[in-house]
Design a protein around this ligand. Structure first.
Ligand SMILES: Nc1ncnc2c1ncn2[C@@H]1O[C@H](COP(=O)(O)OP(=O)(O)OP(=O)(O)O)[C@@H](O)[C@H]1O
Length: 465
């Protein structure tokens, strides 16, 4: 995205406007706020924002009408509607106006910023293919754990197979799904992403399958659901673990026979959609607890890709940070910042619970806030300056191992594999015995071995325990 994203906020509540505007500006976007829908419409005569955020309940011109007027001029414009839960009915009736996202009140400001960013990015990626190609997000990753992901993308290219991606929030699951789509025979067809955790339950069904005119109060027109929109292409279902039981049943049916019913319809529709699902949860556990259908799990779990947490691939942190600093500088039209070596070192040690997304946000923040060209320790935001460095246990040992292997191979050393295996086993056995106070039975269980195997290993490795 070369240009700064421009966002308009329409709300009669001054404090909400203020909070949103500040947060969006801090995130490097240009925000303009309007107290009334009329003012926003007047401004629309002169220019158009990239994203519109509007409250639903406003005196005179309400948010839904405003949204319709904006969409009449630009049907693809992303609109984010702020709604209280009690207004959900009204939100449903707004469906015919075109696509929009919801921001349920009360909302978390960071969540709102993230939603805006996604909406802007999605609008861009639905631009004509020529315009899109240059902006393809690059997946950065040199660490061994990431190479696995690339290999999987490569192996799956030109295939239409169902894929389940797991990994913590912000690890790049959507990026990987997009890449799988672009390398598939469906590349020229739509890639539609839908986050189950972001949609109110009551709206999920019609969001996925669409609805007929008159299906429920406020359904004044037919609406195509995401399945229809994705026909011929790929539907990315993020946070699939949050899908309610009755929808799981319906999804299973579509996957089994390619047919579904719009809400309120009597005749089925046929679609050809590839499903890529993602989750940060352990679906096997959800199945055991009876919260996720086992048959659906097996249908989705054909091929699995794991997106590693950022702390498991510390080697990639400097390159990622550099990439995000460059991008933020381009967006804000300023000179790119650089991290000093001690800040780089600090970044490598942080736990990054929000993963790549958190690193990305931090880089954007630094681009706006750091005073000089070089980012110093003093420039770091509070939460990072005071965060506990990651424990040794979670260090990126695969990168270290890769360097060791490289060194061995370069020295023409023979037998590196058995040497590594021996050292690996030794370390794991020692850790398990330490943790269990030397009790072999328990240590064996931790290691996933029988007690006899552990005893034999200890003897073979001539370990002193
Ligand atoms: N390897 C990577 N290289 C470059 N950018 C990345 C990489 N991984 C993630 N990102 C960026 O980090 C942000 C978060 O990624 P993404 O939305 O794909 O994560 P996610 O796992 O789908 O998150 P969530 O589960 O919260 O939806 C995006 O802006 C994405 O472009």
């Amino acid at each position: 995205m070369a240009e700064t994203t421009s966002v308009w906020i329409v709300d009669d509540d001054r404090s909400i406007r203020w909070v949103l505007k500040k947060a969006l500006e801090r995130a490097g976007m240009a925000a303009v706020d309007f107290e009334t829908g009329e003012e926003a419409l007047a401004a629309l005569e002169r220019e158009t924002p990239d994203v519109l955020i509007t409250d639903i309940r406003m005196p005179r011109l309400d948010g839904l009408t405003l949204m319709q007027r904006f969409h009449a001029q630009n049907p693809a414009m992303p609109v984010i509607v702020i709604t209280a839960h009690s207004d959900l009915d009204a939100a449903v009736s707004a469906y015919e106006g075109g696509a929009f996202e919801y921001l349920p009140k009360p909302f978390d400001v960071e969540e709102a910023v993230e939603l805006v960013r996604r909406a802007a990015a999605a609008a861009q990626s639905s631009a004509p293919p020529e315009a899109r190609r240059e902006d393809l997000p690059e997946i950065i990753g040199e660490a061994p754990a990431m190479q696995e992901v690339f290999r999987a993308i490569g192996r799956l290219s030109r295939s239409n197979i169902t894929v389940l991606i797991n990994g913590e929030s912000g690890t790049g699951k959507e990026l990987v799904a997009g890449s799988l789509h672009r390398h598939s025979p469906r590349a020229e067809k739509p890639f539609i992403a839908l986050n189950m955790a972001a949609i109110p339950r009551d709206l999920m069904e019609s969001e996925l399958f669409g609805h007929e005119k008159g299906a429920f109060t406020g359904a004044h027109q037919v609406r195509r659901g995401r399945f229809e929109q994705a026909d011929g292409g790929t539907l990315f279902l993020d946070e699939i673990g949050d899908m309610p039981a009755e929808l799981q049943t319906r999804l299973l049916r579509v996957l089994a026979d390619g047919e579904f019913y719009r809400v309120g319809a009597h005749t089925p529709m046929r679609v050809d959609v590839r499903i890529i699902a993602a989750t940060h949860q352990n679906l096997e556990h959800l199945v055991e607890e009876g919260r996720f259908r086992e048959d659906l799990f097996h249908r989705l779990n054909v091929i699995r890709i794991h997106c590693p947490a950022l702390r498991e691939r510390q080697a990639d942190i400097p390159a990622l940070a550099d990439h995000f600093l460059q991008r933020a500088a381009r967006e804000l039209n300023v000179e790119p910042k650089q991290l000093t070596p001690d800040v780089q070192q600090r970044f490598r040690q942080l736990p990054w619970p929000g993963n790549v997304r958190e690193l990305e946000n931090t880089c954007r923040w630094l681009t706006v806030m750091a005073s000089g060209r070089d980012v110093q320790m003093d420039d770091l935001p509070q939460e990072i300056a005071h965060a506990q460095p990651e424990e040794e246990s979670a260090v990126d040992w695969e990168s270290a191992l890769a360097r060791w292997a490289d060194h061995k191979a370069a020295g023409q050393s023979v037998g590196a594999l058995s040497e590594a295996q021996e050292r690996l086993e030794r370390i794991l056995i020692e850790a398990a015995l330490r943790r269990t106070g030397g009790r072999r039975q328990d240590a064996a269980r931790l290691l996933g071995w029988g007690r006899n195997t552990l005893t034999r290993k200890i003897r073979d490795l001539q370990m002193q325990v």
